[in-house]
Design a protein around this ligand. Structure first.
Ligand SMILES: [Zn+2]
Length: 260
């Protein structure tokens, strides 16, 4: 990770004729189709990139690596992403929302064990997907500590990595994540990660429904991230001024208007 490695953030993948876990515009803008995903991964491979998981990124500093991550624990992690990644020898970290296991569109416990047995790294994405900075101590206990033990019990394996629902975190959240025994915390801040990056503030770049293969190649080289960072700064200021709930209403209103 000397010069900086891009950590890509994927979510549910869309299959033709299959209903998504959620349908609001704030969710669907993060949804990449199964075929686009496969093309993106194959194109990265043809450019010489090797996909790795978060643990491998911490240990390995060789060039031409890209970290593949998924949030939420949707069924398409196992059904669509895993076979594509395996066929190219790519690793990935799947951050799972522990309390969503077994719900429609999300993996079951058995599917999670299957994903783990295929050699993929599984991280934690909280218990019920709330905005963590809004929670009291008991809430943080459930979402950060208990979610970790639930996943570890199901898989019989340590869970070392955590990603924040909605990318929201603050000092209290970081402190709780450290105390719970995680080794890293992944955010949604769009920057590359190098050896000098704080492991409890790892950047990730969201792959969106309209991200092209060319953009992805540029992102992996760290190109264009200043623009994403500038957008993020504006959004972060809006969040702190408006508060999370008002910000969300405004965001879905704007996204909804734009998509119709
Ligand atoms: Zn999420």
């Amino acid at each position: 990770m000397d010069t900086g490695v891009a950590f890509l953030m994927y979510h549910e993948l869309q299959l033709p004729g299959r209903e998504l876990c959620q349908s609001d515009p704030g969710y669907t803008r993060y949804i990449v189709s199964a075929s686009a995903f496969e093309n993106q991964i194959r194109s990265l491979r043809s450019l010489g990139y090797q996909g790795i998981d978060v643990r491998q990124a911490l240990e390995n500093s060789s060039p031409k690596k890209v970290v593949i991550t998924f949030d939420d624990g949707c069924e398409t992690d196992l059904e669509v992403a895993a076979p594509v990644l395996s066929s190219l020898g790519f690793g990935a970290t799947f951050y799972v929302t522990a309390g969503f296991l077994g719900r429609r569109g999300y993996m079951t416990e058995a599917q999670l064990r299957e994903l783990c047995s295929r050699g993929f790294d599984v991280g934690c994405h909280s218990m019920t997907h709330p905005y963590l900075p809004d929670l009291d101590d008991a809430g943080l206990q459930r979402e950060i500590f208990e979610a970790k033990s639930r996943l570890e019990q199901i898989m019989g394996k340590r869970v070392d990595h955590f990603s924040c629902p909605g990318g929201r975190f603050n000092k209290r959240v970081v402190h709780a994540v450290k105390r719970a025994g995680y080794r890293t915390l992944a955010t949604s801040r769009p920057h590359l990660n190098s050896r000098s990056t704080n492991p409890f503030a790892l950047g990730r770049i969201a792959v969106l429904c309209d991200t092209t293969e060319e953009q992805l190649a540029t992102i992996c080289q760290g190109g264009g991230l200043w623009k994403l960072n500038a957008q993020r700064t504006v959004l972060d200021s809006a969040k702190s001024i408006l508060g999370n709930s008002t910000y969300e209403r405004l965001r879905s209103l704007l996204l909804g208007t734009r998509s119709t």
